[in-house]
Design a binder for this molecule. Structure first.
Ligand SMILES: [Zn+2]
Length: 263
């Protein structure tokens, strides 16, 4: 774990140096007056002209566009490692902060270790990370977990779970998990989640979603994914609302969401 942590520290220093030297060499250009739109606008029809072939090449590649930039750059985060060793986590945090980044990620967790251990390491590592910078927990998690970690002070998370589970017919709802492939939903004319405002829950029945899944229709994956992402976004909206009220958001009791999903 020490060797890996040391390697991460070396990577962090090299990445920071390279990033600072090259951060303005971006392969896209933001039109004057549209700087506030940010890079996320790329791909929206009408927001900007399509990138030319030269623009699409990475900086430094033969034929790459001459960089033009509006002053905005991407953001480089430092990643804290150290496995399950609290002292190594602390050292990794201190050394990453010493290099200096606009945000910090906690990596190497949620990879199969017991959930109590994940929480212990996150809590302990958070104590060493500045509160005035975004703190990002990588690879987490279930709806229940994202609420739990937001309560601890985590600002950002990322996970394949909502989309991967959706493709396997596993749906997160305010009433618990629904495995839409089950025969019990074959005649169920109710919405997937009566408390969800997404377009899938408004428009389609559980029976129809089950039919699509059983028929191996790709539309099943699309609709299931729309709902699961909506559910996650709703969950985070409620978390933000609670934070604005100064309260800790607690997930609905009995939702029955657990981590050991059989996919
Ligand atoms: Zn929905």
């Amino acid at each position: 774990m020490r060797d890996s942590m040391e390697m991460t520290a070396r990577w962090a220093a090299r990445s920071k140096k390279y990033f600072e030297e090259h951060k303005h060499e971006v392969p896209w250009a933001v039109a004057p007056g549209r700087e506030h739109v940010g890079t996320a606008a790329i791909g929206y029809a009408g927001e900007r002209q399509l990138a030319s072939a030269a623009e699409l090449r990475s900086a430094g590649q033969p034929g790459a566009a001459v960089p033009t930039y509006s002053g905005k750059t991407q953001t480089l985060f430092g990643i804290v490692q150290g496995g399950t060793d609290l002292a190594l986590r602390r050292e990794s945090a201190e050394r990453t902060i010493e290099i200096g980044f606009p945000g910090y990620a906690i990596g190497g967790l949620s990879v199969g270790e017991p959930r109590e251990l994940t929480r212990e390491i996150v809590e302990s590592t958070l104590e060493h990370l500045p509160k005035d910078r975004p703190r990002y927990l990588m690879g987490v998690g279930t709806p229940e977990e994202i609420v739990e970690y937001a309560n601890l002070g985590i600002d950002m998370m990322d996970c394949v779970l909502p989309t991967r589970a959706a493709r396997h017919g596993l749906l997160f709802t305010s009433e618990g998990k629904v495995s839409i492939k089950q025969a019990r939903y074959a005649q169920d004319q109710g919405p997937l989640d009566p408390n969800c405002g997404c377009r899938v829950c408004h428009r389609y029945s559980r029976a129809y979603l089950r039919h699509l899944y059983a028929s191996n229709e790709v539309l099943a994956q699309v609709l299931n994914t729309i709902h699961n992402l909506s559910f996650y976004l709703d969950t985070m909206r409620q978390v933000r609302h609670s934070i604005s009220l100064g309260e800790e958001y607690r997930f609905l009791p009995g939702a029955g969401l657990d981590r050991n999903l059989e996919l």
